[in-house]
Design a protein around this ligand. Structure first.
Ligand code: HEC
Ligand code: HEC
Length: 288
């Protein structure tokens, strides 16, 4: 009778938990080979690519590759490609940029797109993502301009800012805080008068109000209240308000004045970026 070979239990590790023993099976060969391959791969990778962190950066690797280098090369390539366009923007007359066949055009133009990117990055915080403004920050999409809406005007505003005292060419004007010169009644009369100028608030135009306005305000806001771009004084007869037209806001504006400040961008943005931003703003609907 053939003897069935005795089935031998594999070796155990000698550990035993509550009578359960642990076999000491060898690891499968494919598994071990994969493990060794990954180790070899890792060593090769460390030699070929930047790997071990040092104080300033990492070991460079034999291939000399780095993802930062790749980004830098991409940027370099785009800059080289754009260089003639930038040069073109800088040498054109401001008014001619938007219509130029190389860099002009809305929506797909190089100048317009660049300006849009500048606006989203540097201007939208104050002027709003759609450039529609907020209290104290003018809308740039309408034709109501404080300082002017020609390419030239917008370019100057962006370059030098408004009441940005670090820039010697900044646009400057200073509405006085009339709380220091006028009585409460006089200010109340002016609130009425200014309200009446734009036919709101059910406000009344009184003779005293008119005299006060002509004496104190007309120098900047013009006799008829339509404002003066030379000093950035807003039109007080329309429905567009920088700070607001309700009596409490008017009283505050007249008593304390506002002194709105816009930073200067010359030096922080390149000449081409300022020009691009001007093209973009000018195209938004209110350009003159
Ligand atoms: C820190 C806030 C702030 C930022 C950022 C800012 N602005 Fe202004 N901007 C203002 C204020 C405030 C005014 C109005 C000042 C005044 O009362 O005259 C203004 C006014 C303007 C005007 C004049 C509008 C008119 O009616 O004449 C233009 C044009 C303009 N900004 C464009 C820009 C552009 C382009 C950028 C980005 C490069 C920018 N602004 C970034 C605050 C800002
Ligand atoms: C020296 C020039 C100057 C004089 C004088 C002046 N203003 Fe102004 N006013 C301005 C400027 C500039 C602004 C723009 C706001 C700012 O300063 O940020 C302004 C803004 C205003 C506003 C805010 C308008 C809005 O859209 O919210 C009101 C209201 C106003 N002025 C009323 C008056 C009255 C009333 C007087 C006279 C008592 C007066 N101003 C005198 C220059 C002047």
């Amino acid at each position: 009778m053939a003897k069935t070979p005795e089935k031998k239990d594999p070796e155990t590790t000698g550990h035993s938990w509550n009578g359960i023993e642990e076999f000491n099976n060898p690891l499968p060969r494919w598994w071990l080979i994969t493990l060794y391959l990954t180790i070899i791969w890792a060593i090769g990778y460390m030699i070929a690519y930047p790997a071990i962190p040092l104080i300033n950066g990492a070991t460079p690797g034999l291939l000399g590759y780095s993802s930062r280098g790749e980004v830098a090369a991409d940027i370099e390539a785009v800059n080289t490609q754009n260089a003639p366009l930038i040069e073109r923007i800088n040498e054109l007359e401001l008014a001619a940029i938007a219509g130029d066949e190389l860099v002009g055009g809305e929506a797909d133009g190089f100048a317009y797109n660049g300006g849009k990117a500048v606006f989203a990055t540097f201007c939208s915080q104050c002027h709003g993502a759609g450039a529609n403004g907020a209290v104290g920050y003018p809308s740039l999409i309408d034709d109501d301009w404080l300082w002017g809406g020609s390419m030239e005007d917008i370019y100057t505003t962006i370059n030098h800012g408004i009441r940005h005292e670090a820039d010697l060419d900044t646009r400057l004007s200073d509405m006085p805080a009339f709380g220091e010169f006028l009585t409460d009644e006089e200010i109340a009369g002016l609130v009425q008068y200014v309200g009446a100028l734009s036919e709101i608030n059910g406000a009344e135009k009184t003779e005293e109000g008119e005299i006060l306005f002509l004496d104190n305000c007309a120098a900047c806001h013009a006799d008829d209240g339509t404002g003066d771009r030379f000093v950035g004084a807003p039109n007080l007869t329309d429905a567009i308000w920088l700070y607001g037209s309700d009596p409490a806001t008017l009283e505050e504006t007249i008593t304390f004045a506002r002194f709105g400040e816009m930073p200067a961008w010359a030096g922080r943005l390149s000449e081409a970026q300022v020009r691009q931003a001007a093209v973009y703003i000018h195209s938004l609907g209110g350009g003159e």
